[in-house]
Structures are given as C-alpha cells and as structure tokens.
Design a protein around this ligand. Structure first.
Ligand code: PEP
Length: 249
C-alpha cells in the first residue's frame, strides 16, 4: 500500500476545494493506495464536508502547525485547532517552511511533539539543497533533520511518516532518479531501524517528493524503500492526482 499525498500549498480556496472533491474519482484508485490531501487551512472545513459528500476515504491534513497549543500567535494554527477542524495529518519541516520561513530543526522537533500531543500524524519532510548535494552532503543533511525530530517520536509506535524531498526538485520540474531517491530513503530507513527496531521502521512509510507527475510516478513508486509520494503541483488536478496513484500499481 503506497501513500499518495497532495500538498496544495497556497492554492485552492473553499470553492475550488469542493470542485476538486466533486471531480475526484477516488474509486479509480482502489484500495491499493492511501490518498491524503493537505489543503490550505482555510479550506480544510470545505474539504471535510466535500469528502463526506463524495463518500471518499481521502485523509486530510494541514501544511503547518505552531508548536504551542494556544496563545498570542497571530495568524498561526495550533495542533488542537487543526485536529478539531478535521485534520488527521500535518506536514512538518516542508522545505518551503525551512527555506522561505526560516524554520529550524528545533522548531520541527517542537512541531512534531505538538502533533503527537494532539493525535495528529506528523509527516516530517527532509531534503538537501542543490549546493549540499554538490558537496556530497545529502546523508549528513537529511540525517541531521531526521535526528532533530527523533526525541519527539517516543518509541514511534504511533503512526509517523517521513518524506524525502530534495529542495532542488520541488516545483522545478527536476526529479531525483529512482536510484537517488532509493539511496536517500535507505539511509533514512537504516537510521529509523537503528532508533526504533526493524519492525517499527518497516511500518514507517518514506515518501518521495519533488516534481512527481503521472509520467514519472510509476518508476519512483516502484523504487526500493519508496513507500509513496508527496506531490505538489500535480496534485492540484484531480485527474492527474488519481493518475499518479494508478501509476503505482
Ligand atoms: C511539494 O510541495 O512537497 C512538492 C513536492 O512540490 P512539487 O511536486 O510541485 O515539486
């Protein structure tokens, strides 16, 4: 079972969200894959209602949370508010959060901890920049980003997902080769096995993200250690999102 997740970023208000679910043929995906959508937080409640109306099994999440449970943090969303609004998952440490908004490893740790406290499933995103790849520092960077969050995961018996998203491949049309994705996923998997044991690590899906499209999803989803995909641009269109899932058969 692969996880096919769509990160809508700052796209689709409530009306477009309803239209997406009206057109989403989740039945065409069958039970082989788990679908998750991360709409903008202002569209989450529309997504909850539209999903119910369409009787689909699509999971819903938010793209970010604050690490505090509440307080004077204008413009932020806390884990309990996100959970109450219908989120089940949360992206933590997406490269745009890290590189555009300056989110630190410490903050990603605290956000994973907040997600855990309120029953949200964290999807921790890690990935190297082009410069770091050229300097052959991929493993160092992604392991540092993972390491920072590990203390917040306890024994990792509750659900947790990891996403390897090379920064240079996000929204650029550049994609890691299946071999490069596999190598990074294996590095992450070995560290998870070391931290939590082989059985728990085997149950932690590691998604690949970075310009995934229907045309390249099949080979990426069949690469070793790739447990799913996190899709930005190509998840905005329901047909292309379903085509990506179907490519993974
Ligand atoms: C993302 O936003 O996580 C992402 C991978 O974007 P894209 O598929 O557009 O590269």
């Amino acid at each position: 079972m692969a996880v096919i997740a769509g990160n809508w970023k700052m796209h689709k208000g409530p009306s477009e969200t309803r239209e997406f679910f009206d057109r989403l043929d989740a039945g065409a995906v069958g039970k082989d894959h788990e679908l998750i959508i991360f709409p903008p937080v202002a569209s989450l409640s529309a997504a909850v209602s539209a999903r119910r109306a369409a009787s689909t099994q699509v999971g819903l999440g938010v793209q970010n949370i604050h690490w505090e449970d509440g307080g004077a943090f204008t413009g932020e969303t806390s884990a309990p508010i996100a959970a109450d609004a219908g989120a089940h998952y949360v992206l933590v440490g997406h490269s745009e959060r890290r590189h555009v908004f300056g989110e630190s490893d410490r903050e990603t740790h605290d956000k994973v901890a907040a997600a855990r406290r309120h029953g949200l499933v964290p999807v921790l995103c890690v990935g190297e920049t082009l410069e770091e790849r050229r300097e052959e520092r991929v493993d160092e960077v992604i392991l540092r980003q993972l390491e920072a969050a590990l203390p917040a995961l306890g024994d990792a018996k509750e659900r947790f997902l990891l996403a390897y998203e090379p920064v240079w491949a996000i929204g650029t049309g550049e994609t890691a080769t299946p071999a490069d994705a596999s190598a990074a996923h294996e590095t992450l998997h070995v560290r998870l096995a070391d931290a939590f044991g082989a059985t728990v690590a085997a149950g932690i899906p590691i998604l690949y993200g970075g310009s995934v499209k229907p045309a390249n999803a099949g080979e990426l989803l069949s690469a070793p250690h790739v447990g799913g995909v996190l899709v930005g641009g190509a998840s905005l269109d329901p047909e292309s999102f379903v085509a990506i899932a179907r490519a993974g058969r």
